[in-house]
Design a protein around this ligand. Structure first.
Ligand SMILES: [Zn+2]
Length: 384
């Protein structure tokens, strides 16, 4: 399948652009130009410093949307890399560079899959194909996919099937696809006391002593049992701070940060209620500031997940495991429109690390899998 349209070349071209969040630096313009050549209509749905590209071809059902991001996390210490992080060096069958796996490789594979279908007399596709690419996935994720979807749904756009190119594979290409993601809820807890001299504790109120049992309780609490797809809901404390630096002062307050990863069986509101109740049971003098939660999603329908699994099997002869592990993704925003969302991309072993890389062979195979997904969808939706 993939030979005439070089996924590696496009991936390398994108990796050479240092598009650290939210600065797209022209990556999306490159993609738009390629897609317009094969009949996509493209538009920019930018918001502030964030670039969003929506490209669409066709009107009829079914509608398949590819979702991705051109932004990358910073490379960190460039000297720690084997090759400069934006050089897109190919060595030992791997393409090295920041964003190679997360997720410029997948975006390149999506584009070349479409090119083979439409540019060289492929079977084509009578339904609707679209691509929604943001430069804000690794950042606050507010002005990106969420913003673009709000604008698109406002004008009546609907989404049916969605394939997110996040790097989901663990040991071998497409051994894992995601059909859901856990929610994420973060907060800062401040326990207040009364500052004083350590020699006169009766005149003070030590917030560290108050927080001790509360920390133990938070860490041990059984929040929710997982199931086949979603792991146990877990709370993790990430930062804790109190003290003025002197060893003879009882501090006035203690601050700690925690995060909860939770399954779609739970709602953020009830978690917030439970945690506030638990904290109040330990001390009246505390305040919790909650960040806006990232909601979980679970594409329950399963039809599209099955189709993607079949495309993987047709290309590789292996079966993909369904999972919901890992961090949040923009899939949650598309899922909230009612679309069935599946995530499939290259190996995630090096993402956000120095020496991020992706297998050149996997890029071609991924492009073939994406093409098969489109073709199988076409086969299942014969036009009346
Ligand atoms: Zn990503």
């Amino acid at each position: 399948m993939s030979d005439s349209f070089d996924t590696l070349a496009l991936a390398a071209q994108l990796v050479r652009v240092p598009s650290v969040t939210p600065d797209d630096r022209g990556c999306q313009a490159q993609l738009a130009a390629r897609l317009e050549r094969i009949g996509f209509k493209t538009e920019a749905l930018n918001c502030g410093a964030v670039s969003n590209l929506y490209a669409k071809r066709g009107r009829a059902a079914p509608h398949l949307t590819f979702v991705g991001h051109t932004d990358v996390v910073p490379p960190g210490d460039a000297d720690a890399w084997l090759y400069p992080p934006f050089s897109a060096t190919v060595a030992d069958g791997m393409l090295y560079g920041r964003g190679a796996a997360d997720m410029k490789g997948s975006i390149a594979a999506m584009v070349t899959a479409c090119e083979r279908l439409f540019a060289r007399g492929g079977a084509g596709f009578d339904g609707t194909l679209s691509m929604l690419i943001t430069s804000d996935e690794e950042g606050p994720a507010v002005a990106g996919t969420r913003h673009a979807l709000a604008e698109l749904t406002e004008r009546g756009e609907t989404f049916q099937y969605c394939l997110v190119g996040e790097p989901t594979s663990e040991k071998t290409l497409a051994d894992t696809i995601k059909v859901g993601r856990r929610g994420s809820l973060s907060a800062t807890l401040t326990v207040r006391g009364q500052q004083g001299h350590v020699a006169y504790p009766q005149l003070a109120d030590n917030p560290i002593h108050r927080a001790g049992p509360l920390v133990a309780h938070l860490a041990q609490y059984r929040w929710h049992d997982g199931d086949e797809l979603f792991p146990d809901t877990a709370l993790q404390i990430s930062n804790i701070h109190a003290g003025v630096g002197a060893d003879n002062v009882i501090p006035a307050e203690l601050k700690l940060n925690f995060n909860i990863r939770y399954s779609p069986a739970q709602r953020a509101e009830s978690l917030i209620h439970d945690i506030e109740t638990l904290c109040r049971a330990h001390t009246d003098n505390c305040v919790i500031e909650w960040q806006e939660p990232s909601h979980p999603y679970h594409s329950q329908n399963g039809h599209f997940a099955e189709l993607v699994g079949d495309a993987v099997y047709a290309e590789l002869g292996t079966r993909a495991r369904r999972s919901s592990s890992g961090g949040t993704s923009d899939g949650r925003f598309v899922a909230s429109t009612g679309a069935e969302v599946v995530e499939l991309g290259p190996l995630n072993a090096t993402i956000h690390q120095v020496n991020e890389c992706v297998s050149v062979r996997d890029l071609d195979r991924l492009s073939n899998i994406y093409q098969r997904v489109i073709e199988q969808l076409a086969a299942q939706h014969p036009l009346a």
